[in-house]
Design a protein around this ligand. Sequence first.
Ligand code: SAH
Length: 395
Amino acid sequence: MKKVILHKGKDKAAWQLHPWVFSGAISSLSDKIEDGEVVSVFNIAQEFIAYGIFHNNSRVAVRLLEWHPDREINEQWWRSRIQNAWRQRQHLLVEGVTNTVRLVFAEADFIPGLIVDKYGEYIAIQVHAAGTEMVKTVIIDELNLLLKPKGIYERSDLKSREYEGLPDTNGLLFGELPPEFVDVVENGIHYKVNIIDGQKSGFYCDQRENRLLTAQYTHGKKVLDCFSYSGGFSLNSLQQGAAEVTSVDSSALALETLERNIIANGYDKDKQTSILADVNKQLRTFIDQERKFDVIVLDPPKYAPSRSSLEKASRAYKDLNRRGMMLLESGGLLATFSCSGAMDLDTFKQVIAWAALDAGKEIQFIRQFHQPEDHPVRASFPEGEYLKGLLVRIL
Ligand code: SAH
């Protein structure tokens, strides 16, 4: 097997089971290596560290897979990674409760750059690592053996593919094309999921628990769900008996799906209003109108795609949350989220504290939200932790 030798002092992360070797850490290669080839990685003293897949032009030159020298990276190795991931999720799928989970969460499940989501009888996959792209047929075959889905659809239209020299790839990989709206259930609530044209792979199942936890505070309350997408927080609030729900999103398709979801669940349409708008503008309008709400959800898209954008993103999070707080009465609750991996929980808390000072409000943190167990965080790969949230009480 071809060898990759790391520079002295640049091997620490690899020894500590971190799965990425950046090109700058490489001292030499034993031969010319093709993209996607399995290599063994050594330190400068020729001690074996791990096996990985190599890529010539990617920023992450080697994606490490296996630290045991006697475990070969063959077809069976990939199959067993998928089997393990599936075994860990099975208990989340309870008839009538939830039939949508993330089956594979990339590096956290030892499969670099692979995301697999189950939506009822359909599967959506996203691949953003060239090495994993090479074993896609094995992955698809194993998913078929384990889950026997009606169809597997690829939504690999991610910016990150560019860095790996991969073109956008959307299309059917197996079985039948998913219908425009696939029926899924989460927390006992029905959703129409648009796998082909929806955002990401169609649905944000990472908010499953947080939707339910937040909705528990909404009985009889006036709820404002900002960045509602297809209505995750709105629907859970209606389910818990919210008095009225206002949902704001800038995507017409998202709101159209939300309306379908309200009907699919038989909720009272008069209790919900959709507003197609930019959230910040809409919050300003509500402030001008002196509107007040009891519970506000802020679940914006990723404001900080990297560490370098953290400062700018912090200001955006602060302004957004300041506006949200201004619309809450004393005793009101703000459920606020950040899905930026670059922003850790402590920084997020600090930003929310600043927002409160600017809004002239005293607040309490009464709960923390996390990503659920089908989005695990490997201790050696803290980058996988991205979703965090706070439930804030306005005093
Ligand atoms: N809360 C949702 C997920 C939110 S994803 C759920 O539970 O499913 C982020 C959403 O923000 C997307 O639907 C996107 O259309 C919307 N969005 C992004 N920028 C926006 C903006 N400036 N104003 C309003 N909505 C925006």
